[in-house]
Ligand binder design. Structure first.
Ligand SMILES: Cc1cc2nc3c(=O)[nH]c(=O)nc-3n(C[C@H](O)[C@H](O)[C@H](O)COP(=O)(O)OP(=O)(O)OC[C@H]3O[C@@H](n4cnc5c(N)ncnc54)[C@H](O)[C@@H]3O)c2cc1C
Length: 418
């Protein structure tokens, strides 16, 4: 297998990875931008095109026109090891077969995943993640005329509800577990962070849609598919709906960083002032260093791109802008902290690991992830803990035990490099 050689490998082509690529390439570095998705954009700009208007279009056009950037899509990391001369050797599984990349430096920009919290009925068809339903609609799912209830926690719920309405769905309500006081605190922080315009647009798009604070789903029911949801907390009611889009915030996707041996702190990748991780020559940017939204992701991406390629003179006022974005990040985590009572939502028989059919009762007595894996196979199925991992850590207080390659199932030939 011939190796592709590059100065800088960036893994993840969302706002952080795209900004990093553009900043690094401006200084003349050869950049290889890899993503497991079929194209650039990440979560927020999924399916976006270079011809689009706004921030996403500008960034995508910049990346497309930059001759120093090569893109590799549909590329999943299979293995990584130290390369020659202190660099890194990363093997990818791609639709065209395995690809080996030799890079002097690496920027990790793998984003976040959604946190699901199990409650009775959460595995019924029709109950999906909030961001998950949005992604399905962006990929072509028709929700015209469907009744959608959006529930869980975080500002993403409003974006999803507005997206569903724009796609022709009837949004029956938005249930947010955070209390009215915390939501007020978040509103003030959003005002200070210059996000009033964005919030006003969302609220206008959702005019007439009920918004219930301190409220969350306690049970989903139906025959073969979801037909109704019972809400608990401040607003107790039962609603008829076709889809429940439920997401309890985002969690940094640290698995790739763990594979590269980067240290974690508080569930996120630990980085220094210039986005460097604990591993020499490896940087991290975006949601995997802490959930803070698109502005933080872009700023961290630029910072990592400039520092990884030694363009310190271009950093200018980035540190100050980042400080402001991190204030917003702190207010996000304070305002949408999960209420402890959510841990009591699953019943004894509620499945926590749906790949391996492991119920809550089988996990309650397990003191750690290792024990749970040994005794029940929780987290060892097809999704490799992507779905049940954040839920189990929230419910049982277990800490992450690290990862082993491959992160996702891939062809054996790609693992062997044939
Ligand atoms: C499901 C979901 C939906 C969201 N929707 C919105 C929204 O509508 N509006 C909003 O403001 N925010 C949304 N967010 C939040 C959003 O993640 C951030 O605001 C912003 O996109 C973060 O940018 P990022 O570059 O850090 O990560 P992302 O945009 O998540 O980009 C990360 C990229 O890394 C790639 N990747 C991950 N692991 C690997 C790997 N092992 N190998 C190769 N590539 C990999 C992914 O395919 C992805 O393209 C959503 C988040 C999630 C999880």
């Amino acid at each position: 297998m011939t190796a592709l050689e590059t100065d800088l490998l960036i893994i993840g082509a969302g706002p952080a990875g795209l900004s990093a690529a553009l900043s690094a390439a401006q200084g003349g570095a050869a950049v290889l931008l890899a993503d497991l998705g079929p194209g650039p954009g990440g979560q927020i700009w999924r399916g976006a095109k270079a011809s689009d208007g706004g921030e996403s279009g500008t960034l995508l056009r910049g990346v497309q026109r930059q001759p120093n950037i090569t893109a590799l899509y549909g590329a999943q990391v299979a293995l990584s090891e130290r390369g020659p001369q202190g660099g890194h050797a990363v093997q990818f599984s791609t639709p065209q077969g395995p690809r080996r990349v030799l890079a002097q430096k690496i920027i990790l920009a793998s984003g976040a995943t959604e946190r699901f919290l199990p409650f009775p009925g959460w595995t019924l068809p029709g109950v999906v993640g909030a961001g998950g339903l949005q992604a399905m609609v962006k990929s072509g799912l028709d929700v015209r005329g469907a009744r959608v209830l959006v529930a869980g926690s975080g500002p993403l719920l409003l974006a999803v509800a507005a997206g569903m309405r724009a796609a022709g769905a009837e949004v029956v309500g938005v249930a947010e577990q955070a209390s009215p006081t915390r939501l007020l605190g978040f509103g003030l922080a959003a005002q200070r962070g210059g996000k009033v315009g964005e919030a006003a647009k969302l609220l206008w798009a959702l005019r007439g849609v009920p918004y219930w604070p301190a409220t969350y789903p306690v049970e989903a029911s139906g025959g073969e598919r979801l037909t109704q949801v019972e809400l608990g907390g401040l607003t107790r009611r039962t609603l008829e709906c076709d889809w429940l889009a439920a997401g309890f915030g985002l969690v940094p996707d640290t698995r790739l960083a763990a594979l590269f041996g980067c240290a974690l702190e508080g569930g996120a990748v630990k980085v220094g002032a210039w986005q460097q991780t604990s591993q020499p020559g490896i940087y991290a940017a975006g949601e995997l260093t802490g959930i803070g939204g698109v502005d933080k992701a872009r700023l961290e991406g630029s910072m990592a791109g400039y520092t990884a390629t030694g363009q310190v003179e271009r950093l200018r006022d980035l540190p100050t802008q980042l400080e402001q974005a991190r204030h917003f990040q702190a207010s996000l985590s304070r305002s949408f902290a999960l209420r402890p009572s959510l841990r009591t939502l699953p019943a004894a028989g509620t499945l926590i690991c749906r790949c391996e059919d492991v119920p809550h009762a089988a996990l309650q007595a397990c003191p750690s992830w290792t024990e749970a894996k040994l005794q029940t196979r929780c987290g060892m199925g097809t999704c490799q803990g992507r779905v049940c991992g954040p839920a189990a850590e929230t419910l049982y207080g277990w800490t992450f035990t690290g990862v082993r390659p491959p992160l996702l199932p891939l062809p054996l030939a790609d693992l062997l490099g044939e």
